[in-house]
Design a protein around this ligand. Sequence first.
Ligand SMILES: *[C@@H]1O[C@H](CO)[C@@H](O)[C@H](O)[C@H]1NC(C)=O
Ligand SMILES: *[C@@H]1O[C@H](CO)[C@@H](O)[C@H](O)[C@H]1NC(C)=O
Ligand SMILES: *[C@@H]1O[C@H](CO)[C@@H](O)[C@H](O)[C@H]1NC(C)=O
Length: 303
Amino acid sequence: MRKPKGKRSIWRGIYNPDKNYILGRTPRNWGSLLIFYTIFYTILAALFAICMQGLLASLSDEEPRWQLDKSLIGNNPGVGLRPIPDNLDRGSLIWYDAKDKKQVDYWTGLLSQFLQPYTNRTLMVGAGKNQVQCDFDKGPGYGQVCAVNVDKLGPCSESNGFNYNKSAPCIFLKLNKIYNWEPEYYDDINNLPNEMPQDLKDEIKSLPVNQRKQVWVSCNGERSSDEESLRGMKYFPSRGFPGYYYPFKNAPGYLSPLIAVKIERPTLNRIINIECRAWAKNILYNGSLRDRQGSIHFELMVH
Ligand SMILES: *[C@@H]1O[C@H](CO)[C@@H](O)[C@H](O)[C@H]1NC(C)=O
Ligand SMILES: *[C@@H]1O[C@H](CO)[C@@H](O)[C@H](O)[C@H]1NC(C)=O
Ligand SMILES: *[C@@H]1O[C@H](CO)[C@@H](O)[C@H](O)[C@H]1NC(C)=O
């Protein structure tokens, strides 16, 4: 009996004894192919390793590669506001009925969540052991960061519900972190800018000289009609971000300082446009809608 032709030809495809082919190539041919690819991939891997080395050598855990002017973030810190609604339809409108517990809880819940890194020790680096109480003549030591106390904010503290149920809510301000950014302070009371609000000027003048190294903040109604709906603001713990928190060097556990602003008895049932601005010589300001800098805008409506 003859073997079926098909099966035979499959075997001949794998090994052809007439021509000494294995899978269509001579052993010699296979050998040179193997050598070629070995060299090819070795060189490829070497090039990759060299590039990776170069990249890693130029990166650092503590220090960004591009800083201040050279970075895309730039050197003009933005002003951050909390609470911001988690539902984007609301825009930057803080709108609630002070008698409605559910609505009050919504906003105070957002703030409590925002303050977690400041209040919850389990979230802090090393349970917050490297936090120290700083002062204008005592900055943080090596490996330390200045503590940010959020329990002594008077009516704006969490235990008081941030004052939302009394129709005079508190908002929180912070400056966005920029590595190595150092404020140039308005600390010369004879040389304060003309456009600075008078109440802030008075406040700065009333402070002892060694406490004037702060990034000041002011909040105001955006138009005069807004201003009429406001009866002032109170700032806790003070009107500025103290200088000992700067520059930010990415120390583990660093927390941005916060200022709570209590909006005193805003006119009810009206949308009030409020702008908060940070003051340092090297914080550029632009209040235009398209290119806002050094300030933040929000609307408030309390029922
Ligand atoms: C603190 O944070 C931890 C971890 O996220 C969480 O399990 C815990 O409930 C928080 N404690 C408080 C008091 O919120
Ligand atoms: C507002 O809330 C705080 C904290 O939850 C509470 O102690 C206070 O009694 C409340 N005030 C009013 C007027 O409901
Ligand atoms: C603010 O930004 C707008 C839009 O980019 C620009 O036209 C305006 O000149 C800027 N104002 C200042 C004071 O820089």
